[in-house]
Every structure is written in structure tokens, then in C-alpha cells.
Ligand binder design. Structure first.
Ligand SMILES: Nc1ncnc2c1ncn2[C@@H]1O[C@H](COP(=O)(O)OP(=O)(O)OP(=O)(O)O)[C@@H](O)[C@H]1O
Length: 267
């Protein structure tokens, strides 16, 4: 289990993230949703160990993150930040191989081949990374993260992704979420920051709604996908419908009418 217990994050007396607790189990997908500046990436950085909490504790499989050596933590969790820069003229394959640096896979070649095939980037493997399009780079970064966790292990592991679909076309967005579904059956928990509420409605088991550094909702996706609740969080008109063909939830938003105000959303 990845656990955050009463964590808080403050910078220069400003509370960026108020007291927050959550649990991510292996085999589960949790999506973090919320408006710009809500604190999603700040929470993500605390969970990944990139930043340290002002109060509270993050733990992986019952042990505080502070007690792990970097190499041991790399065996347990892989992280795809919002922006990743590669400062050397690496090829695509070399960037994917970076995912293996802190672990010792039994079959590194096979692992890299498999994750590149999954991310649909095998045809790009000899190309220089910096020449790729934004969406191609994002798929390479996903493959790097997958390489880190792809070999099966007998203990629970976690993958954390901050907006991994932001540069992808609609087909690639679904392809990425389908890959994350596969991780569930490998005893891996997935935590993902998304701006697309429909993707969250289709793929997440649970959602966390963040607003102004506070959790407005944390629980099963179906209960959280509530029009009134989402309107309050995003301060924007949102309706939830059932698709008559697939029976899946559809999140519908329109432009904000002139008379609309946050007080309406609060009703
Ligand atoms: N290192 C920092 N120093 C000062 N302020 C910070 C720092 N990191 C984050 N913040 C502030 O904390 C707030 C939350 O930022 P964060 O990046 O976590 O939001 P977010 O929900 O991920 O936003 P977005 O959807 O735009 O990516 C913002 O107002 C941001 O300016």
C-alpha cells in the first residue's frame, strides 16, 4: 500500500496542500483531478518523494519513504513527472533504457522491446529523442517508466504519472490508459493526474478531487462523478450523463453563462 498520513505542504507560510490522507492499493487506479493550481503536482511530488512533507508521512508498503535508499525506492515505484528533459543526444531506445538504471532486470533487452511495443514507439527506437514530436516524447517517457516496473515481482509496486496524456491524440490517450489497466493485473497501483474527466470516468477506480490545496472528495469514481460536486470544484457548469450505448458515464461541460457564478455552484 502507498499511504499518505496527514501530510501537509507549506512554502513560506503559504499552505499549498492542507492536511491530506490517502491510500493507493496495488491493482488499483486512482486519478487526481482538480483545477489549475489546486495542488495536484505538489501532492504528486510528496507521494513520489521529490519533495518532503512539512508535516505527516508518506509510506510505501508500510515503511516510511524517508527510510528507503533511492535504489530500493526505485524497485518499488516509478515516476513520470509532468515535464521530463533529456540533456544528452540519446536515442529513443537509450531513453527507455534509463528506466533500468536503478534496477537489475533479468532480461533487459526483452523488457525494453516489450515496453516499446506497448507504447507504440518501436519504429522510433534509433531516432534521436530531441527530434521527436511532443506526443512521441510523452510515449517514450511512458515506456521508460514501464521499463522500471515491467518484470513481475512478488511484492506490490506503484506507478505515479503526472498528466501522461496531455500531448496525446484521442487514440493514444486511450492506448495509454489501456496499458495502465494492464499494470493492475501485475500487482501495481497507479496514481495518475488527469485533466480529462471523461478519461478518469472510464478508467479510474477511485478519484481524488482537489481544490485550493484541500481534498473535496476521495473515494469511488462513481460517487465522485457528481455534477454538483464537480461544478463546485471546477467552478464551471458540468453535467454527468450515462452513455446509452456503452452505459459509461459522460462528463459534459458547456461554456460558462454570463450569469453563472461560483455562488450558483455552491448551491
Ligand atoms: N516551489 C513552489 N514555490 C512557491 N509556490 C509553489 C511551489 N510549488 C507550487 N507552488 C504553488 O502551489 C500551487 C499549486 O501548484 P501545483 O503545481 O501543485 O498545482 P496543480 O494542481 O498541479 O496545477 P496545474 O493543473 O496547473 O498543473 C500553485 O499556486 C503554485 O504556484
Amino acid at each position: 500500500m502507498l499511504t499518505a498520513s496527514n501530510i501537509q505542504f507549506r512554502i513560506r507560510n503559504r499552505t499549498i496542500l492542507d492536511t491530506t490522507s490517502l491510500e493507493l492499493a496495488a491493482g488499483q487506479i486512482i486519478a487526481i483531478l482538480g483545477p489549475n493550481g489546486a495542488g495536484k503536482s505538489s501532492l504528486f511530488n510528496l507521494l513520489s518523494g521529490e519533495s518532503s512533507c512539512t508535516c505527516g508521512e508518506v509510506s510505501y508498503n508500510g515503511r516510511s519513504i524517508a527510510k528507503y535508499k533511492a535504489r530500493d525506492l526505485a524497485e518499488l515505484r516509478a515516476v513520470m513527472p509532468q515535464h521530463s528533459s533529456v540533456n544528452f543526444p540519446f536515442t529513443v531506445r537509450e531513453v527507455v533504457e534509463l528506466g533500468l538504471i536503478s534496477i537489475q532486470p533479468k532480461s533487459p533487452e526483452k523488457t525494453v522491446d516489450e515496453v516499446m511495443a506497448l507504447a507504440q514507439i518501436k519504429h522510433l527506437q534509433g531516432q534521436e529523442y530531441y527530434q521527436l514530436s511532443g506526443g512521441e516524447k510523452q510515449r517514450v517517457q511512458l515506456a521508460r517508466v514501464l521499463a522500471q516496473v515491467w518484470e513481475r515481482k512478488p511484492y506490490p509496486r506503484y506507478v505515479l504519472l503526472d498528466e501522461p496524456t496531455s500531448s496525446l491524440d484521442i487514440a493514444q490517450q486511450h492506448a495509454v490508459l489501456e496499458i495502465l489497466l494492464q499494470l493492475k493485473s501485475r500487482n501495481i497501483g497507479v496514481l495518475i493526474i488527469l485533466h480529462d474527466l471523461n478519461l478518469a470516468a472510464q478508467y479510474a477506480d477511485e478519484i481524488i478531487l482537489l481544490k485550493s490545496g484541500k481534498i473535496s472528495y476521495c473515494g469511488p469514481m462513481k460517487e465522485g462523478m457528481d455534477g454538483c460536486l464537480l461544478e463546485k470544484v471546477f467552478d464551471h457548469p458540468i453535467r454527468i450523463m450515462n452513455c446509452p450505448v456503452t452505459n459509461q458515464l459522460i462528463v459534459h461541460s458547456t461554456n460558462k453563462p454570463k450569469m453563472y457564478s461560483s455562488s450558483r455552484a455552491m448551491q
